[in-house]
Write a protein that binds this ligand. Structure first.
Ligand code: CP
Length: 318
């Protein structure tokens, strides 16, 4: 596998392979073993859309593997002079980078860059389409929490803006590949055009379903992705219908887990106290971003085309 553009690229076997490696890298000794794996390599981050967690954790992951980081500052780049994304990404690739980490507000941009360049591309989020490394770190977090490698019969409830979320698209695929039983609660305005293709049960009322779940995964209303209208008439209505309030939280068991990819809208998606509760895994998800992204980079690059193929073809042991 040269690129990671979608959870589809991995399947169950690939997910297990990356997560097993990530689990080794969570251990200080595992990370130490790989500290110079990428010596001499350069990882470039091309973030055409805002990010805190994903960009910084990819950079941290690359640094922990001994790579150099090349960060394209989109705001001061020649994109502002009208250069295309194709020419910009080819320009960076031609400088000899080993991987391009790409985020863009439009679906399909990472895939296009993978076609336009010879370099390994990792999709760090493309519009409402995919965020595969988020799904992997979510799976890692649940595997650690539950102490097992599968999610068979684990009841996961996604709450909120399904239509505009790349996180839900990736994580539903990954969680269902691991066996989870998934419910989505969202108003019809927050549904994608065809819900029938999703391996999920649909609900419209959070209070009907919240008490019977093992995991509640909150989805931020993606106002930045709305081209027309809003998913809800008002923030107040969103809070009434979809916020994990203290009242709702009080109805949950001691073993429930609360997840959110972040950034979290405090008081809109969940009460501030919920975020601070030990049952909330948001900080664990963030921490797991680093070993997961190290594992993805190692999986893609350790056996990649950038190894000295010419030498191996001459029979030299590389
Ligand atoms: N979860 C996530 O993608 O967060 P950022 O937008 O901060 O990278």
């Amino acid at each position: 596998m040269k690129h990671l553009l979608s959870i589809d690229d991995l399947g169950r076997e690939g997910i297990d392979e990356v997560l097993s490696l990530a689990e080794q890298l969570v251990e200080p000794s595992g990370a130490r073993d790989k500290a110079s794996a990428f010596a001499g390599k350069t990882v470039a981050t091309l973030f055409f859309e805002s990010s805190t967690r994903t960009r910084v954790s990819f950079e941290m992951a690359a640094l922990k593997l001994g790579a150099r980081i090349l960060e394209l500052d989109v705001g001061t780049s020649s994109l502002n002079k009208g250069e295309s994304i194709r020419d910009t990404s080819q320009t960076i690739a031609e400088m000899g980078v080993d991987a391009l980490i790409v985020r863009h507000a439009s679906a399909g941009v990472a895939q296009q860059i993978a076609r336009w360049t010879d370099t390994t591309v990792v999709n760090a989020g493309d519009g409402s389409h995919q965020h595969p490394t988020q799904a992997l770190l979510d799976c890692l977090t649940l595997r650690q929490e539950l102490g097992r490698n599968d999610l068979n019969d684990v009841r996961v409830l996604f709450v909120g803006d399904f239509a505009n979320s790349r996180v839900v698209r990736s994580s539903v695929q990954a969680f269902s590949a691991l066996g989870a039983d998934i419910t989505v609660v969202a108003s019809p305005t927050m549904h994608p055009s065809d819900m029938s293709v999703w391996p999920v049960t649909v609900s419209y009322d959070l209070d009907d379903v919240i008490g019977s779940q093992d995991v509640i995964y909150s989805l931020r209303p993606k106002t930045e992705r709305l081209t027309s209208g809003a998913v809800m008439p008002s923030t107040r209505e969103y809070i009434i219908r979809y916020c994990i309030t203290l009242d709702r939280f009080a109805r949950l068991g001691e073993n429930v887990r609360i997840m959110d990819a972040g950034p979290v809208l405090r008081g809109v998606q969940m009460a501030a106290e919920v975020l601070d509760d030990p049952r909330c895994l948001v900080n664990r998800q963030v921490a797991n971003g680093v070993p997961t992204r190290m594992a993805v980079l190692l999986t893609l690059l350790e056996r990649s085309h950038h190894l000295p193929v010419a030498l191996s073809q001459k029979g030299v042991d590389v």
